[in-house]
Ligand binder design. Structure first.
Ligand SMILES: Nc1nc2c(ncn2[C@@H]2O[C@H](COP(=O)(O)OP(=O)(O)O)[C@@H](O)[C@H]2O)c(=O)[nH]1
Ligand SMILES: [Mg+2]
Length: 339
């Protein structure tokens, strides 16, 4: 992929210029407002096309600051090359995903973008980022599913607390009649919020709870952990979800600490529950973010929230391309290494 940067007074003029220079197949990958030579405001637009415009310049090694483990972001930074691959491999990014990232980031590197900026733009296109409010629209029934110990109940508590503190009425339900203490944790949070949590072991409990709930802005359902290798249990559980009074929005909760080759297989394992989003937990317990990128790049599920704290009262965090790029631009360390 080749990139070229254009400056024009407005978008129409820029598109005309891009078509003339690069042809109709060119795509715009970045825009920013800049001051033009005459002092007026204009647009700086970076456009990309698949075919090379000119022979690519000889690669120069990107600088990696060994002390900080951070890839430098100077404007004269070299195009992305072998060191970029090493960084991506270090994070555990799958070869085909890394290849896609490198191709696009390399072009952006040529255009003078830093690794972190280039990664941000590429990730923004490759992954389906959504704002937390879009992931959890009001008035819908949101169900958190995932493997055992993924952090579903903790995340349910975090989400409930933040919705309640922003003034919304909430309802907490739990289908988890298996894990000892699982429901109690949710019930404690509900009590602290002046709400009730409802344990729903069967259909009649669901009918009972539905009578008491009334109209709530944020309805959240916690579920028992499921073994991704136990398809029978997952299919059985899908039937329980079908008993819910309205079709739920299903969120697949995945620990970022899972093996980077195993993480991408989770949406396949949980496909029977029709998840719409991926929510990552335990981001504080890893510095290797390849699995997160692999799973989000390989499945068209929306991402936009992560958790990095075991405390139910600590907020979940918004996940966007800039933040993920920042994390990936750092050399992944192991727990015994100094950061
Ligand atoms: N470090 C860390 N621990 C977490 C995070 N989320 C959950 N945990 C911990 O992971 C364990 C399992 O969490 P839980 O919510 O019970 O998982 P569930 O079985 O999926 O409901 C608990 O000890 C949580 O405190 C997180 O973001 N970071
Ligand atoms: Mg739980």
């Amino acid at each position: 992929m080749r990139l070229q940067t254009f400056t024009a007074p407005n978008m129409q003029a820029a598109i005309k210029l891009i078509k003339e220079e690069l042809g109709r197949d060119a795509v715009i990958v970045a825009t920013k407002k800049v001051e033009q030579p005459d002092g007026s405001m204009g647009l700086e637009i970076t456009a990309a096309m698949d075919r090379p415009i000119t022979p690519p310049p000889a690669p120069v090694a990107p600088k990696i600051n060994a002390d900080a483990g951070v890839v430098t972001s100077s404007a004269e930074q070299a195009p992305v090359n072998d060191d970029f691959d090493l960084l991506m491999n270090g994070h555990g990014i799958a070869t085909e995903v890394s290849e896609r990232l490198r191709k696009a980031a390399s072009g952006l590197g040529d255009a003078g973008f830093s690794h972190a900026d280039a990664l941000e733009m590429v990730l923004g296109k490759l992954l389906k980022f959504q704002h937390p409010a879009e992931l959890f629209p009001c008035g819908q029934l949101h169900v958190l599913v995932g493997p055992t110990g993924a952090g579903k109940t903790t995340l349910a508590s975090k989400l409930a607390l933040s919705r309640k503190s922003s003034g919304q009425s909430i309802a907490l339900l739990s289908l988890d009649d298996q894990k000892i203490g699982g429901f109690e944790q949710l019930a404690l949070v509900a009590e602290a919020l002046g709400e009730q949590a409802h344990l729903i072991p069967d259909e009649s409990a669901l009918r009972e709870a539905a009578k008491k709930l009334g109209k709530r802005q944020f309805l959240l359902v916690d579920t028992p952990g499921l073994n991704p290798y136990d398809q029978k249990a997952i299919q059985e559980f899908a039937k329980r979800l079908q008993q819910l009074p309205v079709e739920p929005v299903v969120h697949l909760v995945l620990p970022a600490t899972l093996d980077s080759t195993l993480l991408p297989s989770m949406p396949v394992a949980f496909a029977g529950l029709k998840p719409r989003t991926l929510l990552f937990t335990k981001m504080d317990e890893t510095r290797h973010y390849g699995g997160v990128v692999n799973v989000a790049a390989n499945h068209p599920l929306a991402v936009g929230i992560y958790s990095d704290n075991p405390q139910p009262a600590a907020d979940a965090q918004p996940l966007d391309a800039a933040l993920l790029a920042q994390k990936l631009a750092k050399k992944p360390t192991y727990p015994w290494e100094r950061e």
